[in-house]
Structure formats: C-alpha cells, structure tokens
Design a protein around this ligand. Structure first.
Ligand SMILES: *Cc1c(COP(=O)(O)O)cnc(C)c1O
Length: 360
C-alpha cells in the first residue's frame, strides 16, 4: 500500500509507531497469551495499563493532585449534559461562549438543565472570529463559564485562556487537548472525546477539580455523576478498555516526542506553513481571522468553488485523504493533529501549489 496522509477531522490519524506497537501486542500482550481486548478490566495486567495511562497523562499535562482524571464513554456529547448536571451545584444559570457549531450543541444541551447566559458570541462574523474578552457579559451568579477552545468545524482556536475570576471555567477540548502545554489549574473542568488527538473513538477523557464534584443535580443518573466515576477509578462498569490502552500508547509516544512543549513547536510550525501557503496564493483563502486560526483544523476555500470536487478527487488520488470541509462550511479542511507528520503537511502544500499552477 502506498503512503497516504489522512486529514480526517475525527476519528483521525494515529501515530504509525503506536499502531505498529498495538499490532505487535494485539494477540499476546507482553507474554500473557491474551489480547488487551480479552482482559478483565479488574485484572492486575489491565490495572497496570490503566494506571500507567493515567500517570502519563498527568505527567504530560502536569495535572495538579486535586483534579480527578476520568476515562469515560459517551463522547464529548455526553459531557454537554454531564457538565451542567455536576457543575451547577444548586445554581440555576451558567455562562456559555458561542464560537461555532460545537459551542451551539453544548448550549442547546445545557438549556435542558439551566438558564444559559450567552456571555459572548461570534455569530455576527459567521464564526470566523473570537469575541474580544472586554465585550463578554459574564454573570457572577453563573455556576460556571463554558467555552470551546478549538472549534473543529470552523477552525477557530483560542490562543489564550479566558479570565473568569472565581467562576469555574469549563472547556470542551476535544480537538486541541495535548496539542500544546496547558495550565490545568485555570480550569474547573476539561473534557475531550478521544478520537481527535488522544486515541480511538469510544473513550472520553474528563479532568475535573475535586471540589466541583459530589453535588450533582437531583435525579442525575449514576453514570453521569463525576464523583461516582472518580470513586471507582472510572470502573463503575466496564470501561472502554481497548481505547484506554491505545490512549496510553499515545501518551507514551507523546512523552517520547519530548512532551507537549515539543508538540507545540511542531504544531505551530505545521499550521503556519500551511496558512502561509494559503495566504501567499490568490487562489486559496482562509475564512478565519489571523489571530484565532486553529493549529489543528485548517479550513480553506478555492477562489472558484466549482473546482472543489476536482481538488478533492485529485488530492485523494495523490494519497491526501479526507480533505472535504464540513457540510455546514463547505470548501476544504485539513485536520493536522499531533499524529499528522510534517511530511504530510508538506505533501499537501506541494499538491496545492501544483493544483494552483494547473487550474489557477
Ligand atoms: C468531535 C467533537 C465533539 C463531539 O465528540 P463526540 O465524542 O462525537 O461526542 C464535541 N466537541 C468538539 C469540539 C469536537 O471536536
């Protein structure tokens, strides 16, 4: 099979060496004669896998001791409900910042449980910008402030952390977690579906400050209660064992790359090279404001959108896969998560240059 580069937004590319290791261990994990998939989640072998993964994630993100790290199911989408169910703690309102498609979904779900105060929105720019912090209407009566640090569909990313004073900050980091170092202590809650930058689908990572757990809203289902998951080490029921194991291999890979400072340098370089190529040409265009362009998801359009289908067909043939933009935005989108090699971005830039030469 020839080399391909997969620019899918999620499930997304995984590090090749991680997949090779998983292949080598697939049938017989380290002499046990069992696949990880076949192990009891309570066996000492699996417990060692689970604990190592958590330890490596804590080391990568320098997670303070007073935070729980949970390995759950249900995707980031379940967190849209779990966040209000756990974080409201007797209050009836939460602040939400609306920067695009994923913010909107979080807002709609939270509205089932509380009054949602839209503290800021970039809808007036069609979600191509981030509202300036001095325009935010934060309400100190709110139980927490929720935002989406990276809008996977719009390609809009915060390169700064909002200051919400004493009100806990909650973040859907599905498509940006582990792309750079992070000051976890600034947050009350961080959650992420695994299938962008962590591992395979089926796993959701939650990092929550202890004091925000333990007072869920009346009627909260057991499986939606952070404290219950924390008390059971994320093993209240059978966790997504294989995805958790694979995530552990990715965390180990990240540590061997030099950790998140090293990843930040690479990710910045990859994304700037691609944005430079887009900005240099009169043929391609980025719809996103320069100061909030995502390092992970890079949407771009062609001067003539009649050429979109030709671009997609030919890029696919050249081994550059899944570049079609989200149906709500159109155009193209290159997702260039941690596991996308620099050579993949270079191959895309070369292809874009040649396509422009022929069709521009
Ligand atoms: C992909 C994504 C989601 C949805 O994740 P699921 O795990 O499919 O529920 C939510 N938020 C963001 C920012 C995403 O990128």
């Amino acid at each position: 099979m020839s080399e391909v580069y997969n620019f899918s937004a999620g499930p997304a590319v995984l590090p090749k060496t991680v997949l090779q290791q998983a292949r080598d261990e697939l049938i017989d994990w380290r002499g046990t004669g069992m696949s990880v998939m076949e192990m009891s989640h309570r066996s000492k072998e699996y417990m060692s896998i689970a604990e190592q993964a958590e330890a490596d994630l804590r080391a990568l993100l320098k997670i303070p001791a007073e935070y729980h790290v949970l390995f759950l199911q249900g995707g980031a989408t379940s967190q849209f409900a779990m966040a209000p169910l756990n974080l409201l703690r007797g209050r009836s309102q939460a602040d939400y910042v609306n920067t695009g498609a994923w913010s909107k979904k979080a807002i709609a779900e939270a509205g089932r449980f509380c009054t949602v105060n839209i503290a800021a929105s970039s809808e007036d720019t069609n979600f191509t910008s981030i509202p300036a912090p001095d325009t935010w209407q934060l309400d100190t009566d709110s139980a927490y402030v929720h935002y989406t640090p990276n809008e996977t569909i719009g390609g809009v990313e915060f390169h700064w952390i909002p200051d919400t004073g004493d009100v806990p900050l909650a973040a859907d980091m599905s498509s940006t977690i582990l792309s750079r170092p992070l000051d976890v202590s600034r947050y009350g809650l961080i959650y992420a579906g695994a299938q962008k930058n962590i591992g395979p689908a089926g796993l959701t990572v939650v990092i929550v400050r202890e004091d925000l757990t333990g007072s869920p809203r009346d009627g909260t289902p057991t499986m939606f209660d952070y404290k219950k998951h924390a008390d059971s080490g994320s093993m209240m029921n059978t966790p997504p064992t294989y995805s958790w194991y694979l995530a552990g291999l990715v965390f180990d890979w990240l540590r061997k790359q030099g950790g998140l400072s090293a990843m930040a340098e690479i990710n910045y370089r990859k994304s700037q090279r691609l944005y430079d190529a887009i900005d240099r040409s009169g043929f391609y265009r980025s719809p996103v404001d320069v100061d909030c362009r995502s390092w992970m998801n890079v949407p771009f359009t062609l001067a003539d959108d009649a050429l979109d289908s030709v671009f997609l067909e030919q890029s696919g043939k050249a081994g550059l896969l899944n570049l079609k933009g989200h149906r709500s935005v159109g155009g193209m989108r290159a997702s260039i998560y941690n596991a996308m090699p620099e050579a993949g971005v270079d191959a895309l830039i070369d292809f874009m240059g040649e396509f422009e030469r022929v069709h521009g």
